[in-house]
Design a protein around this ligand. Structure first.
Ligand SMILES: *[C@@H]1O[C@H](CO)[C@@H](O)[C@H](O)[C@H]1NC(C)=O
Ligand SMILES: *[C@@H]1O[C@H](CO)[C@@H](O)[C@H](O)[C@H]1NC(C)=O
Ligand SMILES: *[C@@H]1O[C@H](CO)[C@@H](O)[C@H](O)[C@H]1NC(C)=O
Ligand SMILES: *[C@@H]1O[C@H](CO)[C@@H](O)[C@H](O)[C@H]1NC(C)=O
Length: 508
């Protein structure tokens, strides 16, 4: 027994010491010693750990045609000096220097990387890009400078980058962009300036006609005067969401191709007439989460290609179909989360392309679905969820749309969601005055029909009485024609009484 126990203990001791011997020195050795090594066969990737700026030139590792991609891990590259990457024979195309504690890049810091196409510099502490930083790297297509500490984009910082297609400057501290900051970017397609502190973009983008995508979301822009993006005729997408925009006028040259415009999460209250000028290729417009309370018909002039319009989460109180009549391609209109109390069927023209209308989360107490559908011949989806609609509407609409391939939502099936208001519906009353409904498909209930007849009769009686009164006063007027002023005011009194009578009928 004793013997076997001793043997066991010795064995454990041996194992432990051998483990310690193997692992501890290895850990100590790898923690600071810089080293470059080739990855898996065929990976075309070299990984350098713990490198310092001079290391790439002094290492015995040979960067050859197999090292297309170089990754730097746990590197400390505080200052990249001129020539630090002038590695003889290198064919590096992708250089990952993110998270490498870079604070400064000297002029010509990347000289020698003649094959470089993609440069990743995100998550460093770079404060500025001085002119000639990129001298000698002519093939570069993509630079990621996101998550750094750049405050100012100086003139000509990117001047040599004639092949650059995408520049990512997201999440820096950029406040000022000098007028010639983007000089030289002749074929640039995408610039991401999102999540910075930019308040003014006047004159910055000049005539960068190659630009397709410009992201300026999460900045501090308050006003757009109109000509800021005027010459960006290649622009497909402009993102101005999440700024402090209050007044917006946007104009592009007539040959522009802008398709997507994002203006959500701003402070826009009023959409000026024709606030979008020349955007006749625009397809998507997002204006959600603003403070818009009124939309006029002149707002949308010449947006002939607009397909999706989102005005959800605003303060719109009245929805008039005629307002959107100038948008012949409109397919989706999202008006959810507003204060809409009424949908008015106005204008002469139908919205021929509208497929989906979202008026959920509003204050509608009733609406004329028959009239609405007659103006929206293509409508196949209508969301009415979370309004104050009367309960009988459900049965009514079910009957009316029985044979239609038409999807509508009256309330959310979720437990606790608001369903409907328990009052008799008024829409049936409206429907009888609409010529469209005089079909066999739909008959309002008999009681309401009788009520309508009575009201109409009463109305006729009132009008007759009023007329008789008026006749009587006209006679007075003739009799006292020598005192015209008093007779006139009496007549006015009577006619206003008649008006009041009419109004009270309409309101009832
Ligand atoms: C990088 O450093 C961290 C901690 O300093 C360490 O946990 C990690 O293993 C290192 N990575 C490499 C690849 O050396
Ligand atoms: C747009 O281009 C015209 C003519 O090329 C030029 O005069 C004008 O200054 C440019 N506008 C802006 C805002 O750069
Ligand atoms: C670009 O804009 C500048 C003014 O900002 C103007 O002088 C120049 O003529 C324009 N270039 C072209 C090619 O339109
Ligand atoms: C309308 O917008 C709301 C809020 O942004 C969204 O939840 C909803 O899905 C949109 N409706 C449609 C039909 O796209």
């Amino acid at each position: 027994m004793l013997k076997t126990n001793m043997i066991k203990e010795i064995c454990i001791l041996l194992i432990v010491t051998s483990l310690v011997k193997k692992t501890v020195p290895a850990l100590v050795g790898q923690s600071d010693i810089p080293k470059c090594s080739y990855g898996d066969r065929g990976s075309l990737t070299a990984t350098c750990v713990n490198a310092y700026p001079n290391y790439f030139r002094s290492t015995t590792y040979r960067f050859d045609q197999l090292d297309e991609t170089v990754l730097c891990l746990n590197c400390t590259l505080t200052t990249i000096d001129t020539g630090n990457f002038d590695i003889s024979g290198n064919q590096i195309r992708n250089l990952w220097l993110n998270n490498s504690r870079i604070e400064r890049i000297s002029p010509k810091g990347f000289m020698g990387l003649i094959f470089l196409e993609r440069l990743y510099l995100s998550y460093n502490k770079i404060k500025s890009i001085v002119p000639t930083t990129f001298s000698g790297v002519k093939k570069i297509k993509y630079i990621d400078l996101s998550h750094n500490q750049i405050e100012l984009l100086v003139n000509d910082g990117f001047l040599e980058l004639h092949s650059l297609e995408e520049l990512n400057l997201e999440s820096n501290l950029i406040q000022t962009i000098s007028v010639s900051a983007f000089n030289g970017l002749t074929i640039i397609k995408t610039i991401n300036l999102g999540d910075n502190r930019i308040s003014d973009v006047n004159g910055v983008f000049g005539n960068m006609t190659s630009l397709n995508i410009l992201n300026l979301q999460y900045n501090r822009i308050t006003t757009l005067k109109g000509d800021e993006f005027l010459n960006l005729t290649g622009l497909l997408e402009l993102n101005l969401a999440n700024n402090n925009l209050k007044n917006v006028v946007l104009e592009l040259e007539p040959n522009n191709v802008l398709k997507n415009l994002y203006l959500q999460n701003n402070l826009i209250e009023v959409l000026a007439a024709k606030f979008l000028k020349g955007l006749h290729n625009l397809e998507n417009l997002d204006l959600s989460n603003n403070l818009i309370f009124d939309i006029s018909i002149r707002t949308w002039e010449k947006l002939f290609q607009l397909r999706r319009l989102n005005v959800s989460y605003n303060h719109i109180g009245l929805l008039q179909t005629g307002t959107f009549a100038g948008l012949p391609q409109l397919e989706l209109l999202n008006c959810s989360h507003n204060n809409i109390t009424e949908i008015k069927i106005t204008g002469v023209f139908s919205l021929h392309s509208l497929h989906a209308l979202d008026v959920s989360y509003n204050q509608l107490t009733d609406f004329d679905y028959v009239g609405l559908i007659s103006r929206l011949p293509r409508l196949s989806f209508l969301n009415l969820e979370d309004n104050k609609l009367p309960c009988p509407l459900e049965d009514e609409m079910a009957r009316y749309f029985e044979e239609d391939n038409f999807k509508y939502i009256l309330y959310n099936e979720k437990v606790g969601s608001f369903k409907c208001v328990d009052v008799p519906t008024k829409s049936s009353l409206k429907n009888i005055t609409e010529p469209v409904i005089a079909t066999a498909e739909y008959m309002p209930s008999r009681i309401s029909g009788a009520e309508v007849t009575i009201i109409v009769l009463m109305c006729v009686v009132f009008v007759c009485i009023g007329f008789l009164f008026y006749m009587q006063y006209s006679t007075y007027q003739h009799m006292y024609s020598n005192r015209p002023s008093r007779a006139m005011s009496s007549a006015r009194l009577v006619s206003s009484e008649i008006d009041n009578g009419d109004d009270s009928y309409l309101q009832g």
